[in-house]
Each structure stands twice: as structure tokens, then as C-alpha cells.
Design a protein around this ligand. Structure first.
Ligand code: NAI
Length: 389
């Protein structure tokens, strides 16, 4: 159980690039990082507009001289200080992730980056190589993976409670962009512009989340080949898709599917992962994240509840309030940031034994997501053909 004690006994000096006043995702980064005091926000280049960034940073309590106009001056000035930041989070539009992550690693910082990590596998390979060379982590904020019941599923699957894994169905299909909302909303506008998001919209923006959750539930899951079809129901979004279907075959013999959509009118999120084995199935839905549905063939359905004593130790480890009370996305993210802190600290101490058995969404997970999107686009653009992965 987590009770707010700083897991490190000291706080990491931390900065942010992006996540400014009007950003969608900045606040959850700050809230999660500072929840258990393992990170202290000391510096940032919070906004593409330097003046706004300064005003916002100081309003957050950051010293004005440590609110920088851009990430280059942030990294250079902080590296020159004895008390400079040790880690940085990157919460900017997707087209900037690669350059900012690379510069951060080169400046000797640990990095926590938004998904998708970058646009191409070459870029992701370079970040993976640089992260190893500099001995700094890259954590990727696949935030939903911090929910405790994802780890309950992982342990049950590892223990063989589902039997052989046969089918993995994933979806993240909301309805918020059923109309051309980008005409009015700047946070949506860049999401449908290839200059900012690269080769895909919903595949990178949405599908990488349930894909990572499935990979967390079934460790070692690898796509052997896939076939993708994508559509732009709002025509002005073409060539970017606002809806996509992917069929997959996995190396362990299982098959699966992904439905990613921003035009599933009426749906709030509809992010679901269903894992079907030869004996039983598990299903998790992010709109009811405190429940995990467990269906054994021939038996009544069971709903496993977060925080209850019958869960495995790994799923109870990050319980913050005990069963019966709802935890949500802010707690899931806090769990992830706690893990990023532990990974950073163990890396700095050279504790390879700890790291060898420690889970968090790392640079390899970021690379896997980028490779998957690249293969989906390759398949779709060739006319929805099977491609080897
Ligand atoms: P947004 O458009 O709402 O906010 C972007 C922020 O970054 C703004 O404050 C902007 O001023 C700032 N910015 C842009 N370029 C910058 C630069 N070069 N230097 C410094 N600041 C800069 O975008 P949103 O929705 O917050 O998304 C940001 C990232 O977070 C994206 O990569 C997105 O895919 C990801 N995201 C992840 C989610 C998750 O569940 N992990 C959920 C929502 C977004």
C-alpha cells in the first residue's frame, strides 16, 4: 500500500518541457510526479510562447530565472548549475518529442516522454541507443498502465489462469472528434496535421495505449504480422485516419484485433482490452478501471475489485485508499511516476539487480509502439495487406 512516503527518501530535481497553462496533459504530469514527493518541479520551458511559459511557471512557484523560453536554454542553463535538474518530462506535440528527448539525454538528463515517443523506428532506435550510452532512462507515459488491475491481469495470465492465450481484442474508440472540432480547438488541430503527428492520427494517438496494456498483461507479446485499414470520415483529415482496424497474428500463436477511432459517436473512451485463453477470459475497460471482469468457461462471471485482499500482491502494492473507494487516472499516473523515480534512482546507483526485475514503460516500450504504428501505416497504404513485423 502507498501512503505518501517518498520511496527514495530524497527528491529528484525535475523540469518540464511543454505542459503549459492551456495544455491538456500538463497538470496530470505535475500532479503525478509530485504526489509522493519523489520529484520537485524546479525549472521548465512550459510553453511554445516564452512569455506565457514564464507567467505560468512562476504561478506554479518556479523561480522566474528557471522558466526558460525554450528547451535548448533550459538544458544548457540547468546543466551549468550545481543544483540543476536531474530529470525532465516532455509534454509537447508529437513532432517535437524526438529532438527534445535526444537533447535531454545529451545534456545528461533522465527523460519521461509522452507517447508516441517519436515518428520512426530509426529515431526510436537512436533514442534507445543514446539512453543506454548515457545511462539515463526514458520512461513513456502510457498512463493507463498504472492502474492496479492491469497488474492483476498480468499475474493471472502468467500463472496460467486463462490457459493458453488465443485471442487479444483491443480498442480505444471515442467519439469526441466525430465532427471537425479541430476548426475551433487548437489541442485537436495539431493532432490531425501530419506536420505535427507524422504518419498517423488515431493509430499513434490512441491505439498505442491499449497495445501497451496488452503487452503489459501478456509479457513477451510480439506481433508477427498485421493488416490495417484506415479511414478519414472527416475528409479534411486525410491522409490521416480518424478510424482504423488492425488484424494481428502474434508470435505466441494468438490472434488479435485493434479498433482505434475518434469518430465513435457517443462513446466517452471505449478503451477495452479483452484477453481470451483456452480456459477463461479477462476484460478491462478504462471507464470502469477499478474492476476486472474474469469469465471462466461454464462458471458465473466474476468482477474483481481493486484493493481487495483476494488480489495478488503485485496488484495490491500500489493501492492508495483500500477497496471500495474509486481510484482514477491521477492515481494510475502517480503509480507510474513513482516507478519512474525508482528506475531513475536505481540507474543512478547502478543497481542492475533491482532493474532486471522491475517493470515500467521504458524506451523499449516506446520503440515497440512506434514500430507498430509504422507497420500499420505501411499495411494500410499498400491497400490493407498483411505485412511482416
Ligand atoms: P496541447 O496542445 O494541449 O498542449 C501542448 C503544450 O506544449 C502547450 O502548453 C504548448 O504551449 C506546449 N509546447 C508546444 N511546443 C512546445 C515547445 N517546442 N517547447 C515548449 N513547449 C511547447 O497538447 P496535449 O494534448 O497536452 O498533448 C501533449 C502531448 O501529450 C502529446 O504528445 C500527446 O500525444 C500526449 N498526450 C498523452 C496522453 C496520455 O494519456 N499519455 C493524453 C493526452 C495527450
Amino acid at each position: 500500500m502507498i501512503n505518501g512516503i517518498n520511496p527514495l527518501g530524497h527528491s529528484l530535481r525535475w523540469g518540464m518541457v511543454g505542459g503549459g497553462e492551456t495544455s491538456q496533459i500538463g497538470y496530470i504530469h505535475r500532479s503525478a510526479a509530485q504526489r509522493d514527493s519523489a520529484f520537485t518541479l524546479l525549472a521548465g520551458a512550459f510553453d511554445v510562447n516564452a512569455e506565457r511559459g514564464l507567467a505560468f511557471g512562476t504561478a506554479l512557484g518556479v523561480q522566474p530565472e528557471r522558466c526558460y523560453p525554450d528547451y535548448e536554454s533550459l538544458f544548457a542553463a540547468e546543466a551549468a548549475r550545481e543544483d540543476g535538474i536531474q530529470a525532465v518530462s516532455v509534454a509537447t506535440p508529437n513532432n517535437t518529442h524526438f529532438a527534445i528527448c535526444r537533447a535531454a539525454l545529451q545534456a545528461g538528463l533522465h527523460v519521461i516522454c509522452e507517447k508516441p515517443l517519436c515518428f520512426t523506428t530509426q529515431e526510436a532506435d537512436e533514442l534507445e541507443r543514446l539512453s543506454a550510452e548515457k545511462n539515463k532512462i526514458i520512461g513513456v507515459t502510457y498512463g493507463y498502465a498504472g492502474y492496479q488491475l492491469i497488474h492483476q491481469a498480468r499475474e493471472m495470465i502468467a500463472a496460467g489462469e486463462l490457459g493458453d492465450i488465443r485471442i487479444i481484442n483491443m480498442q480505444f474508440a471515442h467519439g469526441f472528434h466525430s465532427e471537425a472540432v479541430e476548426l475551433k480547438n487548437p489541442s485537436t488541430r495539431w493532432r490531425v496535421d501530419p506536420r505535427f503527428v507524422g504518419p498517423s492520427y488515431v493509430l499513434g494517438d490512441l491505439a498505442t495505449h491499449p497495445l501497451f496494456i496488452a503487452e503489459t498483461m501478456v509479457p513477451g507479446l510480439q506481433v508477427k504480422r498485421l493488416m490495417c485499414a484506415r479511414q478519414s470520415f472527416i475528409e479534411s483529415r486525410a491522409p490521416l485516419e480518424d478510424n482504423a482496424y488492425v488484424l494481428m497474428e502474434f508470435r505466441n500463436g494468438a490472434v488479435g484485433s485493434m479498433w482505434a477511432s475518434a469518430v465513435n459517436a457517443g462513446a466517452m473512451h471505449s478503451q477495452k482490452i479483452r484477453i481470451t485463453g483456452s480456459r477463461a477470459s479477462l476484460e478491462w475497460w478504462d471507464e470502469q478501471p477499478n474492476q476486472l471482469r474474469y469469465e471462466v468457461q461454464g462458471e458465473p462471471v466474476r468482477i474483481l475489485e481493486r484493493g481487495m485482499g483476494y488480489l495478488n500482491a503485485r496488484a495490491l502494492e500500489e493501492d492508495r485508499i483500500s477497496g471500495g473507494h474509486a481510484e482514477g487516472l491521477f492515481e494510475a499516473w502517480s503509480n507510474l511516476y513513482r516507478r519512474f523515480a525508482l528506475a531513475i534512482d536505481a540507474t543512478d546507483r547502478g543497481d542492475t539487480a533491482f532493474l532486471s526485475d522491475f517493470w515500467y514503460p521504458d524506451v523499449h516500450a516506446g520503440l515497440a509502439g512506434v514500430r507498430w504504428v509504422e507497420n500499420c501505416v505501411r499495411s494500410a497504404d499498400a491497400g490493407a495487406v498483411w505485412v511482416e513485423c
